[in-house]
Design a protein around this ligand. Sequence first.
Ligand code: NAD
Length: 421
Amino acid sequence: MPSDRLETPTTGNTITWDSHGRPIVPDTPIIPFIEGDGTGPDIWRAARPVIDAAVRKTYGGKKAILWLELLAGAKAQDALGCECLLPEETLEALTRYGIAIKGPLTTPVGGGFRSLNVTLRQRLDLYACIRPVRYVPGIPAPVRHPEKVDLVIFRENTEDVYAGVEWEAESPAAREILEQINARLSFEGKPLLPIDSAVGIKPMSRRNTQRLVARAIQYAADHHYDSVTLVHKGNIMKYTEGAFRDWGYQTAREMFGDLTLTEEELFADFGGKAPAGRIVIKDRIADAMFQQLLLRPEEYGVLATPNLNGDYLSDAAAAQVGGLGMAPGANVGDRCAVFEATHGSAPKYAGLDKVNPGSLILSGVEMLRFMGWDEAADLILKGLRDTIGDGIVTYDLARQMENAKEVSCSAFGAAIQSRMG
Ligand code: NAD
């Protein structure tokens, strides 16, 4: 149960799930939130009233979210007076209530504790990181046609080099592993790997690839995207990333045979024009994909990627439409979904009421859509578009715009609310 230091809603219901991993949402769901570290509390204070107002205005009291605060990061340490950054009770409550929203959590580079975000994704088996990348008119963007970008990136979230299996250089474990590898592999008669190397493992499995790709194809079908592109580096990492591509095509063939076709079939059987409702499965080498996103973004809809490729691609794609301050995200499994801004905790701005809450507000929009509360999601989007249309933005966007009215984080949220009708 949540800590007794926090307020627990006395009414409300728990979300349940159908056998296809879709949530069954009552009218008064209990939804946990984690404020996060650094600027997390600033953006949550701006985002929560916007989400509440949209639900209230849309459903006139028939539906409402009952928020439940959960502790993680520095706030958990302060409240519980221990080293515990991700309390077991937080994980239990996320599992129990199913849908949640969170701010960013700080992780040190190099030594120190393991990323809380990675731990959260692995413990709750949130295997798909879903990042929509769409342009909001009026946002300053570094490319000439940001409106051509309409992507949803499905990044595998549990394995690849993020599995957290690595050993420090010159440690006994690293030496032992390297000795075993060198006993099997050599180059011109010499050991292949320097014995004082650090070692990391890159596991990629059929099961985890297939469930990610299946979810990406299902999303494309539900949201009328006409392609799913498998992004891999299989020319170099043949047995890991190459297998990701092969398992991806196999998933499309075996689970969605009537709905999908390959690019080869598209040109051989349909003259390059897909029949209505069919999804074209493509694959691209990761480095070429970065070029394609800049040069021909309109040719891509849903992307399915291994963990590391997806991490890089989603930040680059977000920059193309105006930056991380406006990039939403979700970590989704078959029984749990945690929505969160794509950016980190930006600690140097913490407590200044300065940063852009747009990414968390848009994560709220994605959460409402996931719950089937599309009307409330649309209302927030209207408020956001009108606010930006009126030139009202936070510092990160104001410095790139002419005649913008720069406002604080909370004032940006209030401006959205006041434009929701
Ligand atoms: P960051 O995203 O926190 O900040 C980088 C820069 O981006 C900031 O200095 C700021 O200029 C800009 N920025 C970020 N959010 C913004 C916003 N809402 N509005 C306007 N500008 C914004 O990246 P970082 O400095 O590399 O990471 C800081 C910490 O966050 C690290 O500990 C990292 O591990 C953690 N992190 C957490 C998550 C997560 O919780 N999902 C994701 C990424 C990074």
